[in-house]
Design a binder for this molecule. Sequence first.
Ligand code: ADP
Ligand code: MG
Length: 711
Amino acid sequence: MDFSTPIGSLSGVGKKRCECFYNLGIHNVEDLLYHFPRAYQNRGNILPLAMTPDGTVGAFMLTVATKPQTFTLKNRKQITKFVAFDESGKCTLTFFNQPFIKDIFHVGDEFRFYGKLSVKYNTRELSSPSYEPVIPGKKLQSLIPVYPLTEGLTQMFVKSVTELAFNTLEFGNYDFPDIFRTETTEKMGLMNLKDALREIHFPTDIEKVKKARERFVFEELYAFALGLSMSKKYKKDGNAIPMEDTDISEFLSILPYSLTRAQDRSVKEILSDMSNESRKPMSRLLSGDVGSGKTVCAAIALYVAVKNNTQSAFMAPTEILATQHYNDLAPIFEKLGIKTALITGATTASTKKKIYESVSAGDTKVVIGTHALLNEKLEFEKLGLVITDEQHRFGVRQRSALADKTKKDGYEPHVLVMSATPIPRTLALILYGDLDISALDELPPGRKPVDTFLVDESYRERLNGFIRKNAQNNQVYIVCPMVDESDDEEEALLPFDFTSEDVEKKEKINLRSAVALAETLKNETFPDLPIGLIHGKMRSSEKDRVMRDFEQNKIKILVSTTVIEVGVNVPNAVLMVIENAERFGLSQLHQLRGRVGRGKDKSYCVLVSSSDSEKAKKRLKVMCSTNDGYKIAEADLEQRGPGDFFPNNKGDARQSGGIKFRFASLCDMELLKKAFDEAEAVLNDDRTLSNPENKGAFRYMQRLFLRLRNS
Ligand code: ADP
Ligand code: MG
């Protein structure tokens, strides 16, 4: 037996159970051993019968006092009962439809039971508890794993198959394929794979389980780091469409402004990638704060691609944004005689057809759109450049799907990714490990900072007055957090606490829902003002209608969830009110605030929060003290860890391209850095991971990325 042994060939796993394991994603022994308990029952703490209150779940060490008797009830259920005792008292044990029980429990034998004790009028009962015989010389495990299950599998069964698999490997002196080389294990003080697996499934104490768990967290981060570092370092070069140094002065001359220094630098970096003699395709991230002028940089790249007789595609995450880009760019390109088209979900079939024809004939040079661009029928004659406005919505998969559109003629287009989330450089290196980075860390001149205030409920009256005032000549956004309804009821376990956020989750939160707030404003607070509502559950045609009305100043106050976070541009909006601001990450607040301060009028942002938490207040005050997205991102990273920067299923699950790890949570920047350092060190010695010592790492890394891409 080894890690690749199919689950179905283990004894006891027949066809039916095999299917059940498949449902859990378990196909072989490795999967089985990496199927970790979700909690541990603590059976080490033995409770005395007489002192234990009704309803307690726990372990009892009892001696059988009477012979089990089986009765048949009226409903034809069979019930088997007997009495057992400890030093403090006695208790009735009850089992249903398990008459064979009588052959297990003999008078005088001692067992450890685990279950819920009921106490009624001084009689105690344990109904269908789990049980283990006390055998002299054999120590009972005090921590019992509780596995995630699926229909058709029981705890007992998963536990016994896992035990069987592990023991067979161990007795067979199997060489567990450790992903880490010995050096790493020693340096990081990690448990080796065999010991860690043993501790996870057959724990001796909770501290060791934690230690084992740490190993698996680091293992996953390390594999992640290896994959990203490898793809960046050893990317094959040589098959991009050759482009020449291009004179962009004609383009620059029609801009009503000159480029900022940061734009100039970034454009040079982009153009140098595109005309690189090695013909290695560009794969670059252009990161820049809201309003830093990314669009014009993108436009220059598009222009250069066109000047080199190729076409280019520009993909945005939402219809609103794609349309906006088109409206910004099409007039400029038209002046330059460059044919430009827009494709979104709203484009009619007949228009689409015309565009497809024009694109495949090479007439239309620049195509802007949503993921509608991924449609198979869109074929380029010669695609030279792909730009995705990422905004954390697209995953790697879509990015390469678009780039793949020209692979058939052997060329690979250049790829530019834009992100409006200022990301601290340390983290950007990790998040976008496979990309080179240009940062627009400077805003165009003349921007007025948005004045930001933090207020609590006692300011409500004054706030309403302020809203009314700003809605008079201008417009106002009011943003509410999304209401999270996931509130899983956990069974009464004594869980080993891997995550400690549950307390916060459990507290009943009184969130201002966008829908309810819009109603109140309409009916009570501002009955005389036109009020709009937009949220993620609305149809996209409806959303577009509301956004258009807002753009055209037909709506004065727009109540919304975070759907407006992404790149919306209404310069007449001058006030951003954010309810329950403590529920948002700093970077997200910064994005939201970026919706105002876009026009000639002075703009404001009001953060409403009644949270008493000092930590929350400190966080929100960062917003009041600076408008610099990079500073805010640093603070966010420092205070909340890098988790918030990952597109973890926050938006639309289909579009999020989220990164889902099994063990790692990406909350620990230090650990993430260590993983990258370690990966770097290993790759320096063995760039293709082909040393026998690194074979396990290579395999694990491949599997991890397969899973991440498919999730
Ligand atoms: P973002 O980086 O958020 O996409 P945009 O590209 O939409 O920012 O630019 C925001 C605004 O700044 C636009 O109205 C654009 O015309 C303007 N802008 C861009 N670059 C400059 C510049 N160098 N000088 C003055 N205004 C600029
Ligand atoms: Mg933009």
